[in-house]
Design a protein around this ligand. Structure first.
Ligand code: HEM
Ligand code: HEM
Ligand SMILES: [Fe+2]
Length: 640
């Protein structure tokens, strides 16, 4: 896909803003990690809780800015018209920066105890986790989300009958963003009620509204990348969204355990939130299926890395890690510890952060008129962020496990500095991985802002493409992944997820409550590292097979012997009895990787395609060159 509507370019300043805010946010993350190591750092000048508020609020703002950029970029294609009015989109950008500057000015007021009370309302800042900004910020954001929803909806066809699942997904998403936000503005002086509404916003945002936007955008981008069928993608988007709504609405009550709601919510919250991983598994499964489409190599492998990472971390960070702590007997222990932070980081950055960065890669590529670019730096940053994040999550999990023991089981004093020593190794680990993550962040920001410098001209690309060689053998590692293998990896991931769940549950054991932490330490010591390692290895295996497939698609495209393809004429073979299929298969089996031949037929070749697919899975390329009415020609090539 190339830029079709001029107003898609409006996405660019949003992505640049996103990157600046991302830089600031991880700067604060690093600062938090450093204060964790040395609590006296900035003592009295800049408190940990204020730095933390900056870190959380900026996380939300940069990701939402990325969503806006992405939707301004894809919306015109979906709606087949420009973003309008333009000035409103520009006003939205200005509004984002006003909110950011206002927050920078008001969040530190927490340090001096100023909330700006007028009547029942804290106008300047309100100290609610994630929603620390005061009512002024709330109102500004409400207007901003309103503008965003308006801009999106006016792009779409007037008659809703013409909407497909992707229109619906984004429409529900942008309207949900505003709708759920209303709960921040309900005035109440009661702390528990306030917490209740806070959870509405935080939970319905990330686990419902954002998830819906996420599933829709992934569906859209992959359909464009791989030329997958819009209907099939629509089907996946429909089921994804339905499952999110079904499980998420009642699943929200997994947050009620701590705010004095009636006891029956413990059951319903546990049950429905335990179902929430379903749509997330469905989403990664679909990424697997979509990646197998397409006979021309995609132009933006880097973007695919990030999008794949996003679906994977959505499944592991939100789905698996969310599951491990969501049932009442686990939540009892995890609540308020670093285990929550482990889940929060992998879910928020992993699912949504990686998605908007992936979308930025594609948007910047098109807006800057780049065909292909050297993507070594992009992929390096991807792996640094991936490993950095996994390390951060592992450190939180490690620290959190000890924290539960010393804080909850032994009941040692938090403020008396009795817990710090127990978590000290985890803090050092956190610092180390924080540096790796920040370095990856710097590289990705630099890469995106200067992508044009790494553009490859069409002539150079042709030269590179023509140089791609077939390989005699392909190691197992780079072979195409079958559905079965994919399912085995997912099961492995879930197996470790269940081990972690068992570990958190085991804090309920009598022996543990009497003071012996051996059992949870052992189980969690296997569960968390196992989960992180298998996720990393799986990602590598998947992406190497993807690289190999893309290379071979190019080699198959180049392939011809002396300018000619071998022709396999099936016209004189009987239609019934499998003779035609047999001939094609025999020829196919003599091919080396990257080689191809052409089938010439007097009938539709759907049957042959179907048979090959059954026998060979996705290890062949099937490119229809001519489709009747006299003759049919298909180029068949051998992939990994
Ligand atoms: C250099 C990278 C990062 C480091 C070192 C870091 C570190 C931290 C620390 C130390 C906390 C406070 C934990 C506590 O309360 O004790 C925190 C909280 C949090 N951070 Fe980060 N962070 C990083 C990047 C990110 C990113 C990229 C995101 C999301 C886009 C993010 C989202 C969050 C969230 C949601 C929380 C609150 C978690 C909770 O409920 O406890 N962080 N982070
Ligand atoms: C991408 C989607 C998700 C994101 C971004 C996300 C993010 C977060 C964040 C940031 C927190 C910390 C909130 C705070 O400390 O105030 C949290 C808590 C939690 N999340 Fe998620 N989450 C997601 C999906 C899920 C799912 C699918 C489940 C369940 C299967 C889940 C279960 C939980 C639980 C149980 C808590 C802890 C509540 C407590 O401490 O009492 N999350 N999540
Ligand atoms: Fe939740």
């Amino acid at each position: 896909m190339e830029i079709k509507y001029n107003s898609q370019r409006l996405a660019y300043p949003f992505f640049v803003s996103m990157l600046i805010l991302f830089a600031l946010q991880i700067g604060f993350g690093l600062l938090l990690a450093l204060i964790q190591m040395d609590p006296d750092l900035l003592k009295g000048t800049f408190n940990f809780n204020v730095a933390r508020a900056f870190h959380l609020n900026l996380a939300i703002v940069w990701i939402v800015t990325g969503f806006i950029g992405t939707i301004l970029f894809v919306g015109p294609i979906l709606g087949q018209r420009d973003v309008r009015p333009r000035w409103l989109a520009i006003l939205l950008l200005i509004a984002i920066w006003i909110v950011v500057l206002w927050s920078i000015a008001t969040l530190p007021l927490a340090q001096v105890g100023i909330a700006g009370w007028v009547g029942n309302t804290p106008w300047l800042q309100q100290g609610m986790e994630f929603l620390e900004g005061g009512r002024v910020t709330d109102i500004l954001l409400f207007i901003g989300f309103g503008i965003f929803a308006y801009l999106t909806l006016v792009m779409f066809p007037k008659k809703v009958k013409r909407w497909n699942e992707l229109h619906w997904g984004l429409a529900i998403g942008v309207v949900g963003l505003v709708g759920v936000w209303v709960f921040t503005m309900i005035p109440t002086k009661e702390l528990d009620l306030q917490e209740y509404f806070r959870w509405y916003v935080v939970h319905y945002w990330v686990e419902a509204v954002w998830e819906i936007i996420h599933i829709t955008l992934i569906g859209f981008l992959l359909a464009r990348f791989f030329g997958a069928d819009d209907k099939e993608v629509g089907f996946a988007v429909f089921w994804g969204i339905s499952l999110v709504v079904l499980s998420g609405l009642i699943g929200n009550s997994h947050h009620y355990f701590w705010i004095g709601t009636p006891a029956f919510w413990q059951f319903w919250g546990s049950l429905f939130s335990a179902l929430e991983p379903l749509p997330l598994i469905f989403c990664i499964w679909h990424v697997y299926l979509d990646e197998k489409h397409g006979v021309t190599p995609i132009k933006n492998r880097a973007a695919f890395y990030f999008i794949f990472g996003s679906a994977l971390f959505e499944s592991v960070g939100a789905g698996v890690l969310g599951f491990t702590m969501t049932m009442a007997y686990a939540n009892l222990w995890e609540h308020g510890t670093w285990l929550t932070a482990a889940h929060g980081h992998m879910a928020l950055f992993g699912a949504f952060g990686l998605l908007v960065i992936g979308a930025a890669y594609e948007a910047v590529r098109q807006i800057k008129g780049i065909n292909r670019f050297k993507d070594g730096m992009s992929k390096l940053s991807f792996w640094m962020l991936f490993v950095g994040l996994s390390g951060i999550v592992g450190s939180f999990a490690f620290g959190g496990t000890k924290q539960i023991y010393v804080y909850r089981i032994l009941g040692l004093d938090w403020w008396g500095h009795q817990i710090r020593p127990a978590m000290s190794q985890a803090r050092v680990l956190l610092g180390v991985f924080a540096f790796l993550f920040v370095l990856g962040g710097i590289i990705v920001i630099y890469d995106l802002l200067t992508l044009k410098d790494r553009a490859i001209s069409e002539t150079n690309q042709k030269l590179l493409d023509s140089k791609l060689q077939t390989r005699g053998t392909i190691s197992w590692w780079r072979r195409s992944m079958t559905q079965f293998e994919f399912a085995v990896w997912l099961s492995g991931i879930w197996l470790f997820g269940l081990i972690v769940t068992a570990g958190v549950f085991s804090f309920n054991l009598h022996s543990v409550r009497l003071g012996d932490p051996t059992i949870p330490y052992i189980i969690l010591g296997i569960g968390y590292p196992g989960l992180l390692i298998i996720t990393l290895v799986f990602a590598h295996r998947f992406l190497m097979a993807f690289e190999q497939r893309q290379d071979l698609l190019q080699v198959v495209q180049n392939f011809s012997v002396g300018g000619q393809l071998q022709i396999v004429d099936i016209r004189n073979k009987a239609e019934k009895g499998g003779e035609r299929e047999q001939l094609i298969l025999d020829t196919f089996n003599r091919l080396s990787y990257g080689e191809a031949f052409m089938v010439l037929s007097d009938r539709e070749t759907g049957c042959q395609h179907h048979t090959l697919h059954k026998i060979l899975g996705t290890t062949f390329a099937w490119e229809v060159l001519e489709a009747g009415p006299q003759q049919w020609k298909v180029k068949v090539g051998k992939l990994n």
